[in-house]
Design a protein around this ligand. Structure first.
Ligand code: SF4
Length: 523
């Protein structure tokens, strides 16, 4: 059997079916780890809850909205600030979070009155905000507070205000993935179709499953605008509440994160006949294919090809500078869900790094299937790992870097393994051509940082070795490179700006002529 048993989890035999090693010539289907199941008692998981999946991942990136959690303040705290989904309205949704702060007395006597008071107070405190999303938590779900009825009362009292209620308590599903599903369907059911879209182009898309982490959405939006495509809405990074109520007006749903947002695309296809096109903004090849596919759909391939040629010529020499220095480095690709298959092949092919392990916290078996298929033989694939398993994997696989979340990232540092934040990035955006180079630069900076030489020195008892001289990243990375690579005049280190996003916000774009109206006989 290809299953992998961790020494540390021998006392939990059920864990064995959650890890496999991709062996030579093995049938992928029999090698698939179990996935998207409830966490096994006895193991402690790195997962979030379904409320977190609904609010933190999908709801909160909406920019012009008061995001209010109806529950204990701790739920709110854990879904605030840790993901850097910036916006072009001064990051309102990142700066402010709202909570009703339920206590025992509310659990006993009900909290609807308090909820209404909080909603009115929040609108009064931010009068320019006319939109609100209210998130149910475990506590408010268990006592049966009718949030929809309270929202209706507030909308009647405050004309011009619109409120979306998301009933996705923490226990709704085995992980945050349950919350992704719930909020997708709730938005579709309750909000899409309420606003009439303003169409300004012959090519109109919804950009779905994109959360604008450190500006990813704005990078991709720039390419679409250069192609003359109108982005009617983004679900949900840098997205506007009312634009998302008009999603029914698009000609195409362009989907990035299929794990968290395929549900709304599928519903838009069923209810409004809008086709779905899956794309990938990470990696030169995948991104070029994606722009080409969109161009083909609309019959504007030439515009896509122009962008691909310009961007590749500008950024490829910089990507290759890093590839030379990252070649053969081993990484563990341990993100939440879809990035394991967005990144696995692309980082190997375009940066030369070897993916020795993939894991997912909330991915489904389909995510694992795609992730494993894109890994090299010998990779260890783990579903919903616990901390001890991750440590054991790092000890045996000896990666040069891991890409994961903050919690596993912190304990990785303690065993002298550098980590990059796969959820919120280090110095992103990482999407787009320039973004991919920034990702390579962040990997390079992490792996070759001289600080790791010191990480395991116990300064309470060990003396620091003196006289070893000053070491830089470049000295470490270039030591074994051939001279012609070291002194290459075509390859170069990243030369972009520290802030590569702000410039997009004032940019003007070419105006493409609209197609002439065609009269339909007998219409
Ligand atoms: S599981 Fe329930 S109580 Fe815990 S954070 Fe999630 S919503 Fe709050």
């Amino acid at each position: 059997m290809p299953y992998h048993e961790f020494e540390v989890s021998k006392c939990i035999p059920e864990r064995k079916k959650h890890a496999v090693v991709k062996g030579p010539g093995e049938d992928l289907t029999s090698a698939l780890p179990a996935g998207y199941l409830s966490t096994i008692p006895g193991t402690i998981s790195e997962r979030g809850c379904a409320y977190c999946g609904a609010k933190h991942v999908i709801g909160t990136p909406m920019k012009d909205v008061i995001h209010l959690s109806h529950g204990p303040v701790g739920c709110t705290y854990d879904t605030w600030q840790t993901k850097r989904y910036i916006s072009d309205n001064d990051n309102f949704q990142l700066k402010y979070t709202f909570a009703t702060d339920m206590k025992e007395k509310h659990v006993i006597f009900g909290a609807e009155k308090m909820l209404k008071k909080n909603m009115l107070e929040a609108f009064k405190a931010f009068p320019e905000m006319k939109r609100m999303t209210v998130y149910q938590t475990c506590a408010s779900a268990l006592i049966g507070d009718d949030i929809d009825a309270v929202a209706q009362e507030v909308m009647e009292e405050l004309p011009g205000v619109d409120i979306f209620v998301c009933n996705s308590p923490g226990f709704k599903g085995p992980s945050q993935s349950g919350g992704h599903h719930t909020i997708n369907i709730a938005w579709m059911k309750n909000k899409v179709g309420q606003v009439e879209p303003k169409i300004t182009s012959d090519y109109v898309i919804n950009y779905v499953g994109e959360y604008n982490i450190q500006g990813d959405q704005e990078v991709m939006q720039d390419y679409f605008k250069r192609m003359g495509i109108q982005i009617l809405s983004t679900f949900t990074g840098n997205g506007s509440y009312d634009d998302l109520r008009a999603m029914q007006g698009a000609h195409l749903n362009v989907l990035e994160c299929a794990r968290s947002a395929e549900y709304i695309c599928n519903e838009l296809r069923v209810r409004y006949g809008i086709p779905r096109l899956d794309i990938d903004g990470f990696g030169f090849e995948a991104l070029s294919h994606s722009l080409r596919k969109i161009g083909l759909f609309f019959g504007i391939e030439d515009r896509a090809e122009k962008i691909i040629a310009e961007e590749t010529a500008r950024w490829k020499p910089e990507l290759d500078w890093y590839k030379e220095r990252l070649n053969g480095k081993k990484v563990c690709l341990w993100p939440g869900g879809s990035k394991l298959w967005h990144w696995a092949h692309a980082i190997h092919a375009e940066m030369g790094v070897e993916v020795v392990s993939v894991y997912t916290k909330f991915g489904h078996q389909g995510d694992m299937e795609k992730g494993i298929a894109r890994c090299e033989e010998g990779a260890l694939a783990i579903d919903d790992p616990n901390e001890l398993e991750s440590l054991e994997a790092m000890e045996t696989l000896k990666p040069d870097c891991i890409f994961t979340g903050k919690r596993p990232g912190e304990y990785a540092k303690k065993v002298r393994v550098p980590y990059l934040n796969a959820h919120a990035y280090h110095n992103g955006p990482w999407k787009g051509y320039e973004g991919w180079v920034r990702f390579a630069r962040d990997i390079y900076n992490a792996i070759y940082s001289p600080i790791h030489q010191l990480a395991l020195v116990d300064i309470s008892k060990d003396e620091l070795a003196a006289g070893t001289g000053f070491v830089t990243r470049r000295m470490l990375s270039d030591a074994s490179l051939p001279e012609k690579v070291r002194s290459s005049e075509t390859l170069r280190q990243y030369t972009g700006q520290f802030d590569s996003v702000s410039g997009f916000r004032d940019k003007t774009y070419p105006v493409f002529e609209r197609k002439p109206e065609v009269e339909t006989v007998g219409a």
